[in-house]
Design a protein around this ligand. Structure first.
Ligand SMILES: C[S@@+](CC[C@H](N)C(=O)[O-])C[C@H]1O[C@@H](n2cnc3c(N)ncnc32)[C@H](O)[C@@H]1O
Length: 417
């Protein structure tokens, strides 16, 4: 999986030979990287800049891409994040004249795959339909430049998925994926350096015991994003995180995988407590998480948490109870919405004693998608010691929605005064 081109360090193996990249030494030179975000680009950017505020000087291209100079390993960066699907490295020195560009890229691909007898490559086209034929043109140019056999991975979609990149072997030195991306009138071409391990995510999502779709499923990627929004630049090994509505333990499992030293969870239902414990035991076994300390207990989040020592928690990341499941065309009543506001307010007040000063809480609160109606945040935090900590300079909170869902999630970060 490690391309070698980027000089990353392979360190240790866990489940099925999964490679864990330890944070490598900084590179000697900065690379121009492009982060390709998933389906919630603003949330992904907020996550990236929370963990790596030194990358704030970058710039958004075509909504889903973020271009920035960086000296960290793409593999390591990608492993830290939930909202980035690919990291690309800009191919330097390409001409904007199409013929010259094609020859340069053919030569680039040959060099990147030099160790292999066969050249395999694929192409993704973003916002640049005029480059639709670029893949075939590069293939012809490779054939003119070299005797090696060449395979161009064709796809019906203009963009290759992470799954295709992995299954077709399009990471150097096995193969190459190039992305053509239009930035105003200029064309940028970038080579995929790291991809999200889609099989790992699906294993965590569906392979985990104790998952319960009826009680509400938090997508694991969103759980990881929320934890990162809380964590910021702190080192997870030294931190304690708590989910007071732990359900089947998605947040707890992702926090353990991110390397948190202490992971606490509670839920009003004994079944949820048992499921979370089972998930954590499973994760410990599957991923060899020996250094994480866990505690999961039964507790009503609106009451003060006596199981947790005062001022011992650094962060809370939680998807709380979102209200009863809704039938088609149904909405929560004003009274039900008021009850949720009251539950969240009491929970935040109850957390006051256990959170360290400066500690952060990240919640996903429900909102009505159509007609759009958010819960009153000022009431949720009324008479608490917490204020809203904006997720992006231009945006206090971020809305997360999936197509055809009636209830969306408002992601909110609070900081203790
Ligand atoms: C959306 S699920 C939580 C998902 C969970 N955060 C995860 O990571 O998988 C909401 C959970 O809140 C629990 N719950 C409801 N009311 C509660 C309360 N007053 N105190 C604690 N837990 C509560 C439910 O039992 C349910 O397990």
């Amino acid at each position: 999986m490690c391309s070698g081109v980027y000089g990353c360090t392979k360190e240790g193996y866990t489940r099925k030979g999964r490679i864990v990249f330890l944070r490598p030494k900084l590179y000697t030179a900065y690379m121009k990287l492009i982060f390709q975000f998933g389906s919630q680009p603003e949330l992904s950017r907020a996550e990236l800049l929370s963990r790596f505020p030194n990358l704030a000087h970058g710039r958004v291209i075509a909504t889903r891409f973020y271009s920035v100079n960086c000296d960290e390993s793409p593999e390591w960066l990608l492993q830290q994040l939930g909202g980035v699907v690919k990291i690309l490295e800009v191919v330097e020195g390409i001409s904007q004249k199409p013929d010259e560009m094609i020859v340069h890229l053919a030569d680039h691909i040959l060099k990147q795959t030099i160790e292999k007898p066969k050249v395999v490559f694929g192409v993704s086209i973003i916002n640049a339909p005029e480059f639709k034929g670029a893949g075939l043109a590069i293939k012809r140019s490779i054939q003119e430049l070299s005797e090696r056999s060449v395979r161009f991975v064709v796809s019906r979609d203009p963009e290759l998925s992470s799954a295709t990149v992995q299954l077709e072997g399009l990471l150097a030195p096995r193969g190459v994926e190039l992305t053509f991306l239009k930035d105003s009138s200029q064309i940028i071409v970038a080579q995929t350096a790291a991809i999200q391990a889609f099989d790992e995510w699906s294993f965590r999502d569906y392979g985990r015991p104790g998952r319960d779709a009826k009680r509400g499923m938090l997508p694991p990627k969103l759980a990881k994003i929320m934890i990162n929004l809380a964590l910021g630049i702190a080192e997870p090994e030294k931190m304690a995180v708590y989910d007071p509505f732990c359900g089947s333990g998605t947040v707890l499992t992702e926090a353990a995988l991110l390397g948190f030293g202490r992971v606490f969870g509670s839920d009003i239902l004994k079944q949820a407590v048992d499921d979370s414990k089972e998930s954590l035991v499973w994760a410990k076994k599957q991923f060899g998480l020996d250094d994480t300390e866990f505690d999961v207990f039964k507790h009503d989040a609106s009451q003060s948490a006596q199981h947790v020592k005062p001022a011992s928690i650094d962060f809370v990341a939680s998807e709380p109870f979102l209200g009863r499941p809704l039938k088609k065309g149904e909405q929560l009543s004003p009274l039900e919405k008021q009850q949720l506001v009251s539950l969240y307010n009491k929970t935040i007040r109850a957390l006051d004693g256990v959170i360290k000063p400066g500690g952060r809480l990240v919640f996903s609160f429900p909102f009505q998608v159509a007609p759009r109606e958010l819960l009153p945040l000022h009431e949720i935090i009324a008479d608490t010691n917490f204020t809203v900590d904006p997720l992006l300079p231009e945006q206090k909170t971020i809305l997360y929605m999936r197509a055809d869902q009636r209830t969306g999630r408002q992601i909110v970060r609070l900081v203790r005064k």
